[in-house]
Design a protein around this ligand. Structure first.
Ligand code: AMP
Length: 113
């Protein structure tokens, strides 16, 4: 069965997709936790970072470089931003399809809840 993010990837459910390339797609989170909150998702289904393999290295690097590029495109380069990957129950993961959260547009606090 497809994950919700595969359905977004395949255009089967709507999302505000702002970027697509050969390795990933990027869309606005449906429940934004900051003025900018987008998800960078690999086209390939890797369930979570803890299950990524050596062969996924290029994809993983691409996700982070894309996060930085999108942050700049959205005007966050100077003010700053955060990238987050939640893994498993204690990590707060709710969708089993690897995704990088990009958050910005307000002062974020640390430590996270
Ligand atoms: P995580 O909790 O790290 O697994 O993140 C999953 C994220 O996906 C949450 O921030 C949700 O708000 C977001 N999300 C779930 N369904 C959708 C959707 N249909 N469109 C956009 N974002 C979604």
């Amino acid at each position: 069965m497809k994950t919700i993010f595969e359905k977004i990837r395949d255009g089967e459910i709507p999302a505000d997709v702002i970027h697509r390339d050969e390795h990933c797609f990027v869309f606005r989170d449906i429940s934004p936790q900051a003025p900018v909150h987008v998800l960078i998702v690999p086209n390939k289904v890797i369930p979570r970072i803890g299950e990524a393999e050596t062969g996924d290295q290029a994809i993983l690097g691409h996700l982070l470089l894309t996060a930085a590029k999108i942050a700049a495109d959205l005007g966050l380069a100077e003010s700053g931003f955060r990238v987050v990957i939640n893994n498993g129950t204690h990590g707060g993961e709710t969708v089993p399809h690897l995704h990088v959260h990009l958050l910005g547009g307000r002062q974020l606090t640390w430590p996270p809840g």
